[in-house]
Design a protein around this ligand. Structure first.
Ligand code: ATP
Length: 309
């Protein structure tokens, strides 16, 4: 773990960022049903917070507030609860630990920004610190991978290459800070539904590889170069399920974005611009056009899940 433990009587608070995929290359499903991925993640400055406090032995509960809170499950399927239980079961099976979790959401639910995964990563870190567990960074990564494909990256942050089903992450050589405008959709998109449509549209998908031009662009630090290298294999499937997203992407480009792509399985559209003033201009234009539910400016890369005071 990269953060220093700061345990307080009032619990532990962790801030965790959303991710976008600068490239998302998808292969045909493996024997276990998962799709092989070659992806480049970037953590961006839209954050959820997860607070963990002591609870009665073996008791776990969660409350959720903020953006899309009513769409988040409060039972054992909540990724933060799953994370806390997994940590307790594997790291302290004889201690009857419990946790009271509170999630403050800014990352839209089912937006292709891995908000649920981010909450899982944050709960792992918050509970490990709360319970003062002796767990290595490798141990945390293994539990994160068990929880979900995007969870290890939420712990790591920055810009990273993801392989396997996305859970195998390695930091990428990247220079500079990039300015993004994120357009949130009116309705979420189900990740499994997008992958199903992808399989129908691309029955012979080739083994995925991270595009060399994207890695070169990241090394250059030049947003114009990066804009030309953005790609997402899931875009045709997501646009097929929500055709209005095509208008959102086109509108952003018409108003001066250097590049545009769907984030993960969508429906969030991410626009790359050259600097902060350009981000402000584009946000105003997209809001005025009314093509999306909400617009947020963000920068990336930012660090992954961290304890905050
Ligand atoms: P994925 O990570 O599968 O690509 P996504 O980024 O599009 O998904 P998420 O915000 O992670 O979207 O939500 C996907 C689903 O996960 C939600 O519909 C919700 O039912 C479930 N979920 C479970 N736990 C959480 C959580 N803590 N926050 C948000 N969603 C959660």
């Amino acid at each position: 773990m990269a953060s220093s433990p700061t345990r307080t009587a009032s619990g532990v608070r962790v801030r965790v960022p959303a991710k976008i995929n600068l490239a998302l290359k998808v292969g045909a499903p493996r024997a276990d049903g998962y799709h092989p991925l070659a992806t480049v993640y970037q953590a961006v400055s839209v954050y959820d917070e997860v607070h963990a406090a002591w609870a009665n032995p073996d008791e776990f509960d969660v409350v959720v507030s903020g953006e899309g809170a009513d769409l988040v499950p409060l039972d054992d399927t909540n990724l933060a609860v799953r994370a806390a239980k997994l940590l307790a079961r594997t790291q302290a099976p004889n201690d009857s630990l419990g946790a009271s979790l509170s999630i403050k959401k800014s990352i839209p639910v089912a937006g292709g920004l891995a908000g649920g995964s981010a909450n899982g990563a944050a709960a792992l870190l918050a509970c490990a610190v709360l319970w003062d567990l002796d767990i290595t960074a490798d141990g945390m990564r293994a539990l994160a991978a068990e929880l979900g494909s995007d969870v290890p990256f939420a712990l790591l942050g920055g810009t990273a290459v993801g392989s396997g089903r996305g859970e195998d992450v390695a930091p990428a050589l990247a220079r500079g800070t990039y300015h993004w405008v994120l357009a949130f959709g009116y309705h979420g998109l189900s990740t499994p539904a997008v992958y199903r449509r992808f399989d129908e549209l691309s029955p012979n998908a080739a083994p995925p590889q991270v595009p060399a031009d994207l890695m070169n662009a990241l090394r250059s630090g030049d947003p114009r170069h990066l804009a030309r290298a953005l790609s997402n294999d899931l875009e045709p499937a997501a646009l097929d399920l929500q055709p209005r997203l095509r208008t959102v992407l086109q509108t952003g480009l018409e108003y001066g974005a250097l590049g545009a792509l769907l984030s993960g399985s969508g429906p969030t559209c991410a626009f790359l611009v050259g600097d902060e003033p350009a981000a402000v201009d584009l946000s105003v234009s997209l809001s005025a056009e009314g093509v999306c539910r909400a617009v947020r400016r963000a920068t990336g890369p930012v660090i992954g899940a961290r304890v905050v005071n």
